[in-house]
Design a protein around this ligand. Structure first.
Ligand code: MYR
Length: 279
């Protein structure tokens, strides 16, 4: 059985890695006053952050249309028997549901959707793992089983410089009681039951990052981890965190990734996140 692996643009898997692992991609879009841009296609992350600085209105985002996804699946059906499609959390975007619905309509290919319950390169970890296994000739069930096994150890925490965008975009849950005070602090955020919720209320950026790095350290002491440091137009912070981690764990497998246009719309510039799982 020929198995394709697909994900959406919010995994922010570089073009080289998408080509290397043969991962197909459906883009989400960011919508400014003047136009709608498919991220990773019509607008780069650098262009996005520049544009966001000079635009008064907060941009909005949208999932891929069902027509677009259907066409993509139909084209995959020409070469593959099945596609495993890995998406950002269904609690923050309709993308997973759209691909699932399109998959039920398209003929000639079995479409198996996987809700990563997260986003960004942590979602990308799942897609890359699936693609490696597909290349090794593993079956759909074997690949899906492995993805669920990974889910047991996946952790991701992040913080934003300013909670306004997350709150305005309606993607911050479980924080009603804290909202007033939250805007003055730098809470550590994470996903719980597919939604973004505050993990811990922390006063300063420095302390929030310290807390996240502490949790990573706790896990790294007894496990062989794959780790990604993610930034919103603040590569220096991500590099510094990676360096700090590597001082203690020189053999750990780490990488740097970014919050691209769609996720950057909701997190704003200056967000930092760390994600990992047991290899
Ligand atoms: C859509 O319009 O369908 C996309 C909505 C995306 C919401 C993004 C919210 C922030 C996600 C943060 C992920 C951090 C992962 C480490």
């Amino acid at each position: 059985m020929k198995i394709a692996v697909m994900s959406d643009s919010t995994a922010y898997i570089s073009r080289e890695d998408r080509e290397k692992y043969n991962i197909h991609m459906v883009p989400l879009s960011v919508i400014f006053d003047d136009a709608s841009y498919q991220e990773e296609i019509d607008i780069t992350t650098e262009e996005f952050y520049k544009k966001m600085k000079i635009t008064k209105e907060l941009p909005s985002t949208s999932q891929p249309s069902i027509g677009y996804v259907t066409k993509k699946l139909e084209s995959l059906a020409e070469d593959f028997d099945a596609v495993i499609s890995i998406h950002l959390s269904s609690g923050i975007s309709g993308t997973y549901q759209t691909v699932t619905s399109a998959g039920e309509m398209v003929e000639g290919i079995k479409v198996i959707t996987f809700d990563s319950e997260i986003s960004c390169m942590v979602q990308g970890f799942y897609a890359i793992e699936a693609a490696k296994l597909a290349k090794e000739g593993k079956s759909v069930n074997e690949i899906i089983d492995r993805l669920y096994e990974m889910k047991q150890s996946v952790r991701a925490y992040f913080m934003v410089d300013d909670l306004t965008n997350l709150q305005r975009g309606g993607r911050l849950s479980g924080a009603q009681a804290l909202i007033g005070s939250l805007l003055q602090v730098k809470p550590v955020l994470h996903f719980q039951d597919k939604l973004i919720v505050p993990f811990e209320k922390i006063r300063t950026r420095k302390k929030a990052i310290h807390r996240i790095m502490g949790m990573l350290d706790d896990d790294a002491e007894s496990n062989d981890l794959r780790v990604v440091f993610i930034h919103g137009n603040d590569e220096a912070s991500a590099i510094q965190l990676e360096r700090q981690f590597k001082e203690k764990y020189p053999n750990a497998e780490t990488s740097i990734s970014y919050f691209g246009p769609v996720i950057g719309t909701h997190l704003g510039e200056g967000a930092v996140g760390v994600g990992w799982y047991k290899k």
